[in-house]
Design a protein around this ligand. Structure first.
Ligand SMILES: Cc1cc2nc3c(=O)[nH]c(=O)nc-3n(C[C@H](O)[C@H](O)[C@H](O)COP(=O)(O)OP(=O)(O)OC[C@H]3O[C@@H](n4cnc5c(N)ncnc54)[C@H](O)[C@@H]3O)c2cc1C
Length: 546
């Protein structure tokens, strides 16, 4: 069913009319993966998301499809094998969105043991993940390391390693997976909060839901319900009366964004901070983003924000690793903070906890999935749907197919990277982009094959100039084909502009509001509410300094 804000009522009707095989609660990457896997196996499946799709951790990660080098240190060979191998799969199914990125790991410390251990560790990493010969790790001498990244503080550097990871946009990946699932018959609604469960004879048979936009209450019936709410998993287990045994352990991670000229890294660098914690510096669209921290978090998941001490820590890490004139707190252009939904283990610190996922089944039959990583979403989904199919089959029916998501391109993806680059080259040659190649680049990496649709639509609009027409067409596309309901959906999760180009948010706000008002019939009150919500988010991104 189409994922469109213009069809919200039809989507709600579809949700309330038919009983589903599976109801997925939570529209992050975990829920999205389950939705797609289930829909393509032939299950009648729906998803309910309290805020916007990817509102939680799935828009606030380091945005890497990576094997997790540090899990090797924790001897988590199974996890490294699984997520490491998944990198190539996710790249194959979404080549416009998941791109190879060389990662430099500078090594310091005076002793050569660390160097040889890293060399061995990375070979194991490549082997476990089945990395192609040409992408395997390359060990660098001290001069080669400094040549690869002249920005490094050279004191203490003994060498380095260059290895391949992938970068992505987490929220875009999530939304593309949901769209693909909807193309295969799934039903997904954002701003639909699950408030409680419908139980029959002690078994969960559906959910009570509130429409966050209209306030309407409605019920959705289903044979199996999966709780994929990331940091909120325990809140839902509590509502189900099954919060016993293992619990979540939330840790907070923060990223800051600065202009690339302040930290002009040539490639992504994975370096040690002053206290030994590992930090990423990643170039993207004329900026460099730096993160992450890993600190225990006991507050409300809704209220996680960047604090000035988080920013200070990351700036210190930059000054420690790179020979840059000190970057001031005022030069930080934006930030984001997110929560890792890890599974608690007694006596272990935030960074020692496993990133492995686990599925819990409660006495009512509710399945909850916790832990895991963005990178491993597909395999997590496969395990959950296997369990769902088994439950349904126990009731005497198994008519569902096998998991196919490893060979199913996301709906707006090109068949391969070569094909994508060819399409991008010809897209760049359109007259609209002569003076704005960056925009063409952004559209192609954001919307894949839908970029052409956006360009075609912009040509049919009567606007003062091509840039305005393109922006209007982009907003319309997001409303009509990606269920954008609020300004923040557009600026944070569909385009990432609130993180990577705040001045553009300010410059385009009036025009964007106009399109929203026309498409969704907003009155003055709603416009004011949206403006003020966005201002609050900008304030959070600037850690209260704006
Ligand atoms: C700082 C940081 C950096 C990271 N970097 C990486 C990385 O680079 N690569 C990687 O592979 N992994 C990374 N991870 C891990 C990865 O991002 C997470 O494992 C993943 O995004 C979790 O997704 P999720 O769908 O389980 O949770 P979420 O994305 O949080 O989704 C849960 C959703 O459930 C919704 N919800 C909650 N309650 C309800 C309700 N009652 N009704 C309906 N909906 C509800 C929420 O609104 C939310 O959208 C990182 C994590 C953090 C914190």
């Amino acid at each position: 069913m189409t994922l469109s804000a213009l069809h919200r009522n039809e989507t709600k009707t579809a949700l309330t009319e038919a009983p589903f095989d599976l109801i997925v609660i939570g529209g992050g990457i975990t829920g999205a993966g389950i939705l797609l896997d289930a829909a393509t196996r032939g299950l009648k499946v729906c998803m309910l998301e309290k805020h916007d799709f990817a509102y939680g951790t799935s828009s606030r990660s380091t945005k890497l499809i990576h094997g997790g080098l540090r899990y090797l240190k924790q001897l988590e060979f199974g996890l490294v094998h699984e997520v490491g191998s998944e990198r190539a799969v996710v790249h194959k199914i979404a080549p416009h969105l998941v791109l190879p990125e060389k990662m430099l790991l500078p090594l310091s410390g005076g002793k050569s043991t660390g160097y040889w251990l890293t060399s061995f560790g990375l070979s194991v990493y490549d082997w476990l993940a089945g990395v192609r010969k040409e992408d395997r790790r390359m060990m660098l001498t001290r001069p080669q390391t400094i040549k690869a990244e002249p920005l490094l503080n050279t004191k203490g550097i003994i060498g380095g390693a260059l290895y391949t990871e992938y970068r992505t946009d987490d929220a875009r990946l999530t939304i593309e997976i949901i769209k693909t699932a909807c193309d295969h018959g799934a039903v997904a609604l954002n701003y639909a909060e699950v408030k409680g469960f419908i139980n029959e004879h002690g078994n969960v048979q559906g959910v009570e839901c509130v429409d966050g936009l209209s306030g309407n209450v409605f019920q959705v019936k289903g044979r199996v319900v999966v709780n994929a709410t990331g940091p909120w998993v325990d809140q839902l287990r509590l509502k189900d009366g099954s919060l016993e045994g293992k619990r979540l352990h939330l840790t907070k991670g923060v990223h800051i964004v600065v202009d690339h000229q302040h930290v002009p890294v040539r490639q992504a660098v994975y370096f040690e901070g002053p206290d030994g914690r590992m930090v990423f510096a990643i170039p993207r669209d004329g900026k460099t983003y730096i993160g992450t921290t890993d600190t225990d978090y006991a507050g409300n998941p809704e209220a996680v924000v960047t604090k000035s001490e988080d920013v200070e820590y990351l700036l210190k890490a930059v000054a420690h690793a790179f020979a840059v004139s000190s970057v001031s707190i005022q030069e930080v252009e934006s930030t984001w903070a997110g929560l890792r939904p890890l599974i608690h283990e007694d006596g272990k610190s935030a960074s020692e906890l496993s990133r492995k996922d686990e599925i819990f089944e409660s006495p009512s039959g509710l399945l909850s999935i916790a832990g895991g990583k963005l990178t491993g979403y597909r395999k997590m989904a496969e395990r959950v749907v296997d369990q769902v199919v088994e439950k349904i089959s126990n009731e005497g029916e198994n008519v569902f197919g096998d998991c196919v998501t490893d060979r199913l391109p996301l709906s707006v993806s090109y068949p391969d990277l070569e094909n994508f680059f060819q399409a991008k080259e010809s897209f760049l040659n359109n007259p609209e982009f002569i003076a704005q190649k960056n925009l063409a680049h952004r559209l192609m990496h954001t919307y894949g094959m839908s970029s052409q649709k956006i360009l075609d639509q912009s040509r049919s609009l009567i606007s003062s100039d091509p840039a305005t027409a393109l922006l209007e067409a982009e907003v319309i596309h997001c409303i009509v084909s990606e269920s954008v309901e609020k300004l923040s959906d557009f600026y944070v999760r569909r385009t990432g502009l609130l993180y990577f180009d705040l001045p553009k948010v300010a410059a385009t706000l009036d025009g964007v509001l106009k399109v929203f008002s026309e498409q969704l019939n907003w009155g003055e009150d709603r416009i004011q509410k949206e403006r003020s919500e966005l201002t609050g988010l900008i304030n959070d991104a600037l850690f209260g300094t704006s």
